[in-house]
Design a protein. Sequence first.
Length: 154
Amino acid sequence: MDKKYLILEQWFKIYTMRKMVKYIDWDDRFSVDVRQIDRQHKHFVGLMNKLFEAMQSDKKDAVSKVIDELVTYADAHFANEEAYFYKFHYDDAEAHIAEHRKIRAEVGEFLARKDENPFELGYSLFDLLEDWLFKHIITMDKKYVSCFKEHGLH
């Protein structure tokens, strides 16, 4: 394929994405009914919206900074959940942790290309995390709720 065509196609994709309005609104259907975890999930959604705002600003440094902030926060959130898994001897801990490792690896692949084009990366990362977050909450996080509550975490 012609290199000029690929560049034009990439530019059009980024331009179109920048004109989209795509904020994520928290919905109580995603609540795991554990206050601490819900606060963390809501904060993560807030960081994703912050990433979207940074991408709209056309400031490369702002996008890179929010991507780093998102990744750091996600790691802290995963570590928090995993500490409870071990503390409460959660039966499905290994499968859940494997899901955390999988998304970390996928995000790591994005980060390896962060300096190439942070705007395109930001939009792709936003889409990946949006899809993953809500599927993960519904299919994985809701499974640990009874275990956490049995151990006094509400």
